[in-house]
Design a protein around this ligand. Structure first.
Ligand SMILES: *Cc1c(COP(=O)(O)O)cnc(C)c1O
Length: 430
């Protein structure tokens, strides 16, 4: 292993709180904090390494509970400066953990079923979490333009955060996204570029742009700021455990696009255990994909360690990444924790969106249909244990993917404004 300068960070002017260095997930080589994302030695992905807080778990728990009602309550565990809550940012997080008793009854779950509903974030998806962290890194590294390759939700989150935090933004999406995603990406006043191709084409284009003088001074939240961005997903793990009364859930069902969110939720749970904030006991992580873009699920079922890229074709466009960067790590985590990766088809996605809406009054986007659909499928298959505590993620808002349910969600009747007409429609209860 090469000798890298860890101590050099102490001389650097970059203040990202407890973040100490970047560390290669493959060869463990360490690098100074900076806008880099791949190991110079082995090209493995870099992730943030910390000097985590010392002191008793009780002290830390109290400090967190006294913090703001957003992700900044976990600032001691994130790559952000200590005064982050005072800076202009979108301040996402601390979304509802809904005890879904009606859905539990319908699915036969007796051990407690919860929906972590991230549609309540500022731009109505979980992406506000990752972007909020990337914004602080972009500030620390002196970038003036924020950018990303996006399946839709990320573009909106970047647009909003850039507007609030005072960056220029220029974001890239596949040209054929849902109207709700396009409008939300454009409305905040930044530049929005549709690329003729799918997400994997957009991502490849952005990688080229970073290496070119055209992209100089640009912070791509999910490319050159990816190590910081990813850390935002840890806050889902922190919140779920805190909201359960500082307890690990037994089973968590997480959607997979690039797989970043799933791997960082696992990292967050491991940190809570290490810090003594929760009792160390086994938990299982389940990954959820749409059949029309299920490279990780296919690899899991085939017993493979590598993920074969696919060409996406599904209504779950926010998850439509055919070549997921974190796929192999997702496979590791699902296998290590005794979980699984499963997929459902588009019809099951629509049915699951309507099931969640009908039972819990939560209108999920297609990604939420994927997690609820996979949960149902895995319970029926005896893979998810209905007697244990299960948390299902809804990562986005159904208003952004209206097309998925529009055809089957229309007025029951259209009538003249008269009692006779209403009686004739047969909708009265008496
Ligand atoms: C981006 C996204 C995800 C998951 O993304 P990862 O790339 O796997 O981290 C899940 N749900 C929604 C709604 C998203 O927009």
């Amino acid at each position: 292993m090469a000798v890298q300068t860890v101590a050099a960070n102490t001389e650097s002017s970059v203040d990202l709180g407890p973040a100490a260095a970047l560390s290669c997930r493959e060869c463990k080589e360490r690098f100074d904090l900076g806008p880099i994302f791949a190991c110079a030695s082995c090209f493995g992905p870099l992730e943030v390494a910390y000097d985590l807080p010392s002191g008793s778990p009780e002290e830390l728990r109290k400090r967190i509970e006294a913090g703001p009602n957003n992700i900044w309550r976990y600032a001691p565990l994130l790559p952000v400066p200590a005064d982050v809550a005072d800076k202009p940012n979108t301040n996402p997080g601390f979304t509802q953990l809904v005890k879904a008793d009606n859905l539990a009854r319908e699915l036969g779950v007796t051990g407690g079923l919860y929906v972590k509903d991230d549609s309540g974030n500022p731009t109505h998806s979980f992406k506000d979490r990752v972007v909020a962290i990337a914004v602080e890194a972009a500030r620390a590294f002196g970038f003036t333009t924020l950018s990303c390759s996006s399946t839709g939700n990320l573009a909106g989150a970047v647009g909003a955060a850039a507007a609030r935090a005072g960056f220029r933004s220029c974001v890239f999406i596949p040209h054929d996204l849902e109207q709700g995603k396009v409008v939300m990406a454009a409305v905040y006043g930044g530049e929005l570029v549709g690329i003729e191709g799918n997400y994997d084409d957009v991502n490849r284009f952005c990688s080229e742009l970073i290496g070119d003088p055209l992209g100089e001074g640009w912070g791509f939240v999910n490319v050159n700021l990816r190590p910081y961005y990813g850390e935002g997903s840890k806050t889902l793990a922190y919140e779920i455990c805190e909201q359960l009364g500082w307890r690990l859930p037994d089973q968590i069902v997480i959607p997979i696009a690039s797989g970043s969110q799933l791997t960082k939720i696992d990292k967050g749970l491991q940190e809570l255990i290490k810090l003594g904030l929760v009792e160390d006991r086994p938990y299982k992580i389940f990954g959820a994909q749409a059949e029309g873009c299920s490279p990780v699920s296919a690899a899991f079922k085939a017993g493979h360690d590598v993920v074969r890229p696919q060409k996406p074709n599904t209504i779950a466009k926010s998850l439509a990444i055919g070549n997921p960067a974190d796929g192999p790590y997702v496979l590791d985590i699902a296998r290590r924790t005794g979980g699984a990766v499963e997929d459902v088809d588009d019809e099951q996605v629509v049915d699951a969106i309507k099931l969640l809406a009908r039972t819990e009054g939560i209108f999920a986007e297609t990604a939420g249909g994927v997690t609820v659909g996979v949960t149902k499928k895995l319970i029926e298959a005896g893979v998810i244990d209905p007697t244990l505590t299960t948390v299902v993620l809804n990562t986005g808002d159904g208003l952004k993917t209206l097309d998925a349910v529009a055809a089957t969600s229309q007025a029951t009747a259209t009538i003249r404004p008269s009692l006779d007409a209403f009686r004739a429609a047969g909708l009265a209860t008496s």
